[in-house]
Design a protein around this ligand. Structure first.
Ligand code: C2O
Ligand code: CU
Ligand code: CU
Length: 431
C-alpha cells in the first residue's frame, strides 16, 4: 500500500520453464513466475495501481477481465506494452465482491499468450459480502480453480488446432491452477470453489462424479440474489462461478466435466462437447470444521440494470466466426458509440451454428432473455460473458456508467480466443 493509500501490485511478464510432469520441463510464460500469475485482491472503494513490466521478447498487454474502469486502463489491444517496457494503470474499485481475472489481449495473439501461461485471478471484496456466512479462508475453504485444457508433445505443449474444427485449440487433459491431476484436502463441511474457465476454447459442463448438488452463489460479476442448487453448470471460456459444496467427514468426490449438447453434430463431435474430464478431486479430512448453512439471501439488489427503465438504444450483434455483424475487427474502426449514464439493450444472436460466446469490457450486464424466455438461475446474476451456442439468442441489459473517453475504445468479442484473434471482436466508446 502506497502512502496515499493506493494498493500497488507488481506484475512481471516473463518467459521460463515449468515442470508439470516430473523431469519434463515445458517452456512457458508467467507473471512473477514461470506459469500463470498471483491472485490479486482488492476491496471496493480502494484505489489500485498495477506496475506491469514486460520481460518478454514480444509486445503484449494485460487486461482486467470483468473490471469496471477507464478505457485507457483496460489493457485491451490499444494498451500494448513493448518488450522491456512498462505500464502502470490505476483505477478505483467500484463494483461488488466478485471473481475477476487478468490476461493478455494483444490483437491477433491473445490465444497464444494465454496458452503460454499468462493468466491470473483478481478477487474483489466488499463489506456487505464479507458479512455473509460464506467460506472465506483463501486456499483453505475458499479456493481458486482456474481450469485450462492442455496437450503435451513430449516435454512441450502442443497447441496445434485440430484439423476438423474451427473452435480453436482443444486439449486432451485439464489442469487446475497449473497442476495436473490435482486434489484439494478439504478441512471444512463447506468449501467455496471460485471456478474460472481460463481455457482458450473449451466449454466445461461441471458436476461431481457422485452427482451431488452444489450451490451456485456467484456469477462473473458477483453474488446472486439467492443461492441456486444444481448438479451441472456450464462455463464457456472467460466465465466464472462461485459454488459452495458440502462434504462429509472422510468423503471423496471428483469435480468432472461432462458432455453437453452444443447445438449440432459438428460442434458436438469436433467442438469438444462430447468430451469428459476429471478436473479435480476433493478429499475431506476425517474431522471437519462445522460450516453454517447458506443464507436465504445473498444480495438485496443486483447492481445490473433490469431493462425496465429508459432504454437509450437497442442494438443487434450477429455472431459469426468471420466477424460480428458481418465485419471482422478493425483497430481503427469504432463500431458503437454509447452515452455515459445510459442503459442499452443488446440482442446477441448466433447466426452460424458454431459455438461462440460474447464478452463485453467495462460492464456487468443482466441477461433478460435466453431464446425469448427468462434465463435459468445460473444466468440471473451479474455477467460479463455469456455462452451463445448455435441456435441461441440472448437479450442483455447494460448500463454504461462511465467515465467517458471518446478516444479510447473498449472491446466486445467472442472469448473463444482463436475466434477473437481471427476478427470476432468490435469496439465501442463511451462518450
Ligand atoms: Cu477476457 Cu476482452 O477479454
Ligand atoms: Cu474482458
Ligand atoms: Cu466464437
Amino acid at each position: 500500500v502506497a502512502k496515499d493509500g493506493t494498493r500497488v501490485f507488481d506484475l512481471d511478464m516473463r518467459a521460463g520453464e515449468t515442470e508439470f510432469r516430473p523431469g519434463q520441463k515445458t517452456p512457458t510464460w508467467g507473471f512473477n513466475g514461470s506459469y500463470l500469475g498471483p491472485t490479486l485482491r482488492a476491496e471496493r472503494g480502494e484505489k489500485v495501481r498495477v506496475n506491469v513490466d514486460n520481460g518478454l521478447e514480444e509486445a503484449s498487454t494485460v487486461h482486467w477481465h470483468g473490471m469496471h474502469l477507464p478505457a485507457r486502463m483496460d489493457g485491451g489491444p490499444h494498451q500494448m506494452v513493448e518488450p522491456g517496457g512498462s505500464w502502470s494503470p490505476q483505477w478505483k474499485i467500484d463494483q461488488p465482491a466478485s471473481t475477476l481475472w487478468y490476461h493478455p489481449h494483444p490483437h491477433g495473439k491473445t490465444e497464444q499468450h494465454v496458452q503460454k501461461g499468462l493468466a491470473g485471478m483478481f478477487i474483489l471484496d466488499d463489506k456487505k459480502a464479507a458479512k455473509l456466512p460464506l467460506p472465506d479462508r483463501y486456499g483453505v475453504n475458499d479456493v481458486p480453480v482456474m481450469v485450462q485444457d492442455v496437450r503435451f508433445d513430449g516435454a512441450k505443449f502442443d497447441h496445434g488446432h485440430g484439423m476438423m474444427q474451427n473452435t480453436g485449440f482443444l486439449g486432451d487433459r485439464t489442469m487446475v491452477n497449473g497442476t495436473l491431476a490435482p486434489y484439494h484436502q478439504v478441512k471444512d463441511e463447506a468449501i467455496r470453489l471460485r471456478l474460472l474457465n481460463a481455457s482458450t476454447a473449451r466449454v466445461y459442463n461441471f458436476g461431481f462424479a457422485d452427482d451431488r448438488d452444489f450451490a451456485l452463489v456467484g456469477t462473473d460479476g458477483g453474488l446472486l440474489e439467492k443461492p441456486a442448487e444444481m448438479n451441472r453448470l456450464k462455463l464457456s471460456p472467460g466465465e466464472r462461478a462461485e459454488v459452495v459444496v458440502r462434504m462429509k467427514p472422510g468423503e471423496r468426490t471428483v469435480l468432472r466435466s461432462y458432455p453437453y449438447e452444443a447445438g449440432d453434430f459438428w460442434s458436438n463431435r469436433f467442438g469438444g462437447a462430447d468430451d469428459s474430464f476429471d478436473v479435480m478431486e476433493l478429499r475431506a479430512d476425517k474431522q471437519l470444521r462445522p460450516a453454517p448453512e447458506l443464507p436465504d439471501r445473498l444480495a438485496d439488489r443486483l447492481e445490473v440494470p433490469d431493462g425496465k427503465g429508459e432504454i437509450a438504444s437497442e442494438r443487434s450483434f450477429d455472431l459469426q466466426t468471420s466477424g460480428i455483424n458481418g465485419k471482422p475487427m478493425k483497430m481503427d474502426r469504432i463500431d458503437a458509440t454509447v452515452t455515459r449514464g445510459s442503459t442499452e439493450i443488446w440482442n446477441v444472436r448466433n447466426i452460424d451454428g458454431t459455438q461462440h460466446n460474447f464478452h463485453v469490457h467495462d460492464v456487468q450486464f443482466r441477461i433478460l432473455e435466453l431464446n425469448g424466455r427468462r434465463p435459468p438461475e445460473h444466468l440471473r446474476g451479474p455477467k460479463d460473458t455469456v455462452f451463445v451456442p448455435g441456435g441461441t439468442t440472448v437479450k442483455l441489459a447494460l448500463s454504461f456508467t462511465g467515465p467517458a473517453d471518446p478516444d479510447v475504445p473498449y472491446m466486445y468479442h467472442c472469448h473463444l480466443l482463436a475466434h477473437e484473434d481471427g476478427g470476432m471482436m468490435g469496439q465501442f466508446v463511451v462518450v
